[in-house]
Write a protein that binds this ligand. Structure first.
Ligand SMILES: O=C(O)/C=C/c1cccc(O)c1O
Ligand SMILES: [Fe+2]
Length: 314
């Protein structure tokens, strides 16, 4: 087996608004089993597809996709802070291959990332810099958003590059499934918040950081009491999406409009494009077998919470 994949929902609400102990134990078991399988696979290179939540990418310049040549996590909520171990020469070659393949991804030599990147690295690899990782940002909240089709093409191009390295490669996808936390939208905010979304939010003063986090925590508490206080979670859509990935039918998502997905499953569901990119990358290695599927709607975490592994059969 030369390539392995794990896709996992993330949520910054762990430890702030938690589900019942039995659910926590169930999720812990799912994550710890995935961590063990990854340790056995022992990746030489990790490619992590993840979104951002206006902590590293802003409307001053908002790329659809960005490949990190270097990256640092800010440590929002309870997530880890510090540099990722990005192998710069491999990341540069990857970006070159992706552009040659016709996908115009941006690059960043100082990528700033949040819990979307940090959480899977901590949970699945034990820390931000435990393995060499190429971080790949997919814009999942700041309209206009890339389509499913473009995320798939990005994944395929990165998969072909990864295969050419001859290394044991782990693909990670971070985020989703159905959910809509209170992420500000440029079209609906006041001038001060618009300024934050256009770039001044990069280094938030401590009191604003605190207020921002509290807004999400309060929304989660309210969502537990009333599951229509935010866009409801959508187990039916989430399970259909997992079926498509398991059955290598993700191309069927190509024709789905972004607005349709938002209506079905919430405006942050676009994070699932990280899963599509990761599966498309794995598929560049040939046939794959998916395994260890897990799904549970967890309102405390504002998450249709999913986990899915897969390995290449070559
Ligand atoms: O950073 C935020 O403001 C919100 C993050 C969040 C909340 C719930 C589920 C998620 O996937 C998130 O990223
Ligand atoms: Fe998120």
């Amino acid at each position: 087996m030369s390539a392995y994949l794990h896709c996992l929902s993330h949520t910054p609400l762990v430890g702030y608004v938690d589900p019942a102990q039995a659910v926590l134990a169930e999720v812990d078991e799912v994550v710890s089993a995935a961590r063990t399988r990854i340790a056995v696979f022992d990746p030489e290179l990790v490619v992590l597809f993840a979104p951002d939540h206006y902590n590293g990418f802003f409307y001053d310049v908002m790329p659809a996709f960005c490949i990190g040549m270097g990256a640092t996590a800010i440590g929002d909520f309870n997530s880890a802070a510090g540099p990722l171990d990005v192998p710069r020469d491999i990341a540069e070659a990857c970006a070159d291959a992706v552009l040659q393949a016709g996908v115009d991804a941006a690059v960043s030599y100082r990528m700033q990332v949040d819990h979307g990147f940090a959480q899977p690295l901590e949970l699945l690899l034990g820390g931000l810099a435990h393995k060499p990782v190429i971080p790949v940002f997919i814009n999942s909240v700041a309209v206009p958003l890339p389509s499913f089709a473009r995320a798939r093409l990005l994944g395929e191009a990165i998969g072909r590059f990864a295969r050419s390295t001859g290394k044991r490669v782990l693909f990670l996808g971070s985020g989703g499934l159905s959910h809509q936390p209170p992420v500000p939208e440029l079209a609906h905010v006041d001038a001060r918040m618009a300024d934050r979304l256009m770039g001044s939010g990069r280094d938030l003063p401590a009191n604003e950081r605190q207020a921002r986090q509290q807004r999400v925590i309060s929304a989660a508490e309210g969502f537990v009491l009333d599951q229509h206080s935010l866009h409801p979670l959508s187990p039916a859509w989430d399970n259909h999406f997992l079926d498509l990935l398991e059955q290598r039918r993700f191309v069927e998502l190509d024709g789905m409009a972004n607005a349709e997905l938002s209506t079905l499953a919430g405006k942050s569901t676009h994070e699932v494009k990280t899963w599509v990119a990761a599966f498309a990358a794995l598929a560049a290695f040939g046939d794959y077998q998916a395994s260890a599927r897990y799904y549970r709607p967890i309102p405390e975490w504002i998450a249709g919470f999913g986990s899915l592994s897969a390995h290449s059969l070559t």
